[in-house]
Design a binder for this molecule. Sequence first.
Ligand code: IMP
Length: 422
Amino acid sequence: MNIVLVGMQWGDEGKGKVIDILSKKVDYIVRYQGGNNAGHTVVVGKQEYIFHLIPSGILHPGKICCIGNGVVIDPQVLLQELDSLRKNGIDFSRRFKISSLAHVIMPYHKNLDQLREKKRKNKIGTTGRGIGPCYADKINRCGIRMIDLLNPGVFRDKLKDNLKEKNEIFKKVYQHPGFSFQKIYRQYLDYGRLFASYICNTSALLNKATENKADILLEGAQGTFLDIDFGTYPFVTSSSTTSGGSCIGTGISPVKINKVIGVCKAYTTRVGEGPFPTEFAKDFGNFMRDKGNEFGSTTGRPRRCGWFDAIIARESVMLNGIQELAIMKMDVLDGLDKLKICIAYKYRGKLIKEFPCDFEVLSKAVPVYKEMPGWPNQNSKPRSFKELHPNAKAYLLELQKLLKAKITMVSVGSSRKDTIFI
Ligand code: IMP
């Protein structure tokens, strides 16, 4: 069975925890897009792990973890993650695979990302990790792929061509001295040598696994509204975060996808710039940010927080074909008097019940809320749906009704045991 797991909002929905739980039940876990702009936090006992590139399933002995062709890889970050696994005694040598077709983030991508962002009037608020420029090179057909790092001749020619053009841009547009060929060439060939035993044709591997009835989890990074096509463009990331991206980013055909699970928070958060209709007012926003510890695991940036937006979540159900929902951080809503769910937007006197493609409408939309009663702080963590406070149950049932998808998992805390399965 092949399962796709996607974020339904603007990322940081808590996918890491769901992936960790599902990883136990599958044989393969695959990242299909994004790069080290993502960050999954997994808590096992007292040990906290933060993964940016390697699927967190690597913590489960025996599971095969792949970085698919749709991912962009910063070799330095990958090396650090592998080192940290080694330090914690996790043996991954025969069960970690990197697609030979995955593109490589080069030093000039990172600088370009930061310099471009600095120069822009309308800032995107990127993570500055070189994600956009790396994907741009992929589409421009001048990108460098993992397999190129294994072939000194091919890599030399590609890098030379790239630096010729890029150094001119750096000097003329950004008054930056540019990059030396030798340093990058040597360093990246070294990376190639270090990763050689993991680099392979992951699409062939995964398709063979499917033929052999293995179970595969395809884990999305970021969220639906950061998708390059369907997100709140241009305030998006540069990859296809929606479930369709899982086919492109792994080489598994759409006819072989069996289930799509959507992950969303019981409220909404967003990092970086861009429209966010249900964003809280400043003081309450600060209060909820602290309550939910809403700080990025990748950049540490404070996340913007807001009420649950059923318009975007329902759009997400449609775009991804979501069959099951995992509602995360439900416990963060404990102790609030009342809760609000956005069920429509108002723009220039008109009621809008569907996600507006017009950026201007989304930026100026005034949310129309349905209010629900809150529930007090809980002395102990509920372990089943039955044990939830009646108002919490009513809130979840309302979400289920609005989104027309079944809630199968509710998270009420960061550790594995604080999870309700329905
Ligand atoms: P980039 O992916 O670094 O190009 O950043 C583009 C936008 O996506 C920015 O608003 C980032 O804050 C946002 N973004 C990228 N990755 C994540 C993530 O994993 N979680 C939340 N936001 C993200």
